[in-house]
Design a protein around this ligand. Structure first.
Ligand SMILES: *Cc1c(COP(=O)(O)O)cnc(C)c1O
Length: 489
């Protein structure tokens, strides 16, 4: 497939204006001064060439609207179109971030109401909807914890993060100035209470925990964990990226968590991936409300307004108020399901994952037995004897028309080997999951009888295997990079 630059013909135009009545501006004057004089590649193509080029490109992509997207830990659920419609309403779209509050009461009301709903869903008492992603929410949440201890004059310099944590947890703690102490999991892959007892001391700010954890295992001793952390003056942080397993069933606020972040773009029916906007609201218990970032939306019973929470606030963490369109979609999703629907969504996600696990566990033997939450961890370890790696299984799945699941994660005890984490969210029906299971079983048979099919996969995609290392070391971000690579052969 050609790059659009390679389709260029000198003199060809997308559209033309009438010859008369317009002053002709030399192209050079349209280009910022600092870029003038350099040879620029400007594409000269017709309108239909542009349309066909990008339509073709869009078809090379795989998205949730093509089929199952079972990427473990990412909760790639279908996002109802009504959310897009509502986020596109003219008065939302044209609300300028600098509009005086009296002109955008509806916009502020939605932000306020969504915070209230998330509070009820999670058992937290105050929310900020400002953070733009899960990791951004973590940073805001950990900064809140830090400010709280500074305020109390307590010197706590360490943050506990289990070895099962998502990589953003230690990163956020470190960015907020904490020394990260890794907690080793027990042989069930959950928190080792003995390790926690040893590590949680008066110099430690608290524990960041995902429950169910990143392997889809629910830690039932959360009450004891909270007791240990609080007993030594620490705070408990909830990474809510896995809320899809407990939505409407269990509230982190009731489990003793003090700070929570959610990923609206995972759990709450808003699109995600491809670099688009996300939202990572942070909820806190009442005693942490003064530390929320600025501004917060307030309601006095009559009017909504934006307010700075005061000198204890961690300050602004982004420009303006929030990634608003994401909030509209999440709000619509919550209201369209209602309390019973939210619970049903979580239950369906958990049933889907357990159904898949039950059907595939004899082919892709898990390293740890029992039930899972909303995602399951399988392994490809039995195929190593045929020279097949989990990577080959994932590539072969692309030939069957699926986005591969997450591979080589989790990698903490007891999940060390050739893991494959599958998350079939609630928006997937029985037939879709059955078809996926059938493909996985076929691949298991191929691995034994015809391993080359896997080793040479994918065969049905526009490109075969990419050179992952080269892609990281020499990313092609611009046509010039591409030309240089071509020159170097
Ligand atoms: C996805 C995820 C995050 C990070 O969220 P982003 O929105 O991608 O920044 C954090 N923790 C867990 C467990 C996750 O799955």
């Amino acid at each position: 497939m050609k790059l659009i630059f390679e389709k260029s013909h000198p003199g060809r135009e997308g559209y033309s204006l009438p010859a008369d009545g317009f002053e002709e501006i030399p192209l050079d004057r349209c280009i910022p001064e600092e870029l003038r004089g350099k040879k620029r590649e400007l594409v000269e193509v017709s309108e239909v060439e542009v349309v066909r080029h990008y339509t073709r490109l869009s078809k090379l992509n795989y998205g949730i609207e093509d089929g199952l997207y079972p990427l473990g830990s990412c909760t790639m659920k279908y996002n109802p179109k009504v959310g897009e419609y509502l986020a596109g309403l003219e008065r939302f779209v044209h609300a300028h971030p600098f509009s005086p509050p009296e002109l955008v009461q509806g916009t502020l009301e939605l932000i306020y109401e969504l915070g209230e709903l998330l509070g009820r869903i999670t058992g937290m008492e105050a929310y900020t909807l400002a953070p733009a992603a899960g990791a951004h929410g973590e940073l805001a949440g950990v900064l809140i914890i830090r400010k709280y201890f500074e305020d109390r004059g307590e010197e706590r310099t360490r943050m506990l993060v289990p070895d099962s944590a998502h990589g953003t947890n230690p990163a956020s703690s470190a960015m907020a100035g904490y020394r990260v102490v890794e907690l080793k999991s027990n042989d069930q892959g959950t928190i080792d209470l003995g390790e926690l007892e040893k590590a949680m001391d008066s110099g430690t700010a608290g524990l960041m925990l995902t429950n169910p954890n990143t392997a889809g295992m629910f830690d039932p001793r959360i009450d004891r964990i909270a007791e240990i952390v609080h007993g030594r003056g620490g705070l408990l942080y909830y990474d809510g990226a896995n809320l899809n397993a407990t939505l409407g069933i269990l509230r982190p606020g009731d489990c003793g968590f003090d700070v929570v972040h959610l990923n609206l773009h995972k759990t709450f029916g808003t699109p995600h991936g491809g670099g688009g906007p996300g939202a990572g609201p942070v909820g806190v218990k009442e005693f942490l409300r003064p530390y929320l970032p600025s501004p917060v939306v307030e309601f006095d019973g009559e009017k909504y307004r934006l307010r700075d929470p005061g000198e204890k606030s961690i300050g602004m963490i982004r420009s303006f108020v929030a990634n608003f369109s994401v909030l509209v979609k999440a709000y619509a999703w919550i209201l369209s399901l209602g309390p019973g629907g939210l619970r049903e969504a979580a239950e369906a996600a958990v049933v889907n994952a357990n159904y898949l696990l039950a059907k595939l566990k004899d082919y892709y033997r898990p390293s740890y037995g029992g039930f899972c939450a909303h995602e399951c961890v399988l392994t490809g370890r039995d195929f190593k004897k045929h020279g097949i790696k989990t990577l080959d299984i994932a590539k072969r799945l692309m030939d069957y028309g699926y986005h591969p699941p997450t591979i080589y994660f989790p990698h903490f005890k007891p999940y060390a080997e050739e893991t494959l984490m599958v998350e079939p969210p609630e928006s997937e029906g029985r037939e879709v999951i059955d078809d996926f299971i059938a493909a996985m079983i076929k691949i298991a048979a191929e691995a034994e009888k015809d391993p080359d099919l896997l080793l040479e996969a994918p065969g049905a995609t526009p490109i075969r295997r990419t050179d992952d290392v080269l892609a990281v070391r020499r990313p092609v971000l611009h046509y010039d990079d591409e030309l240089k690579l071509k020159e170097e052969g």
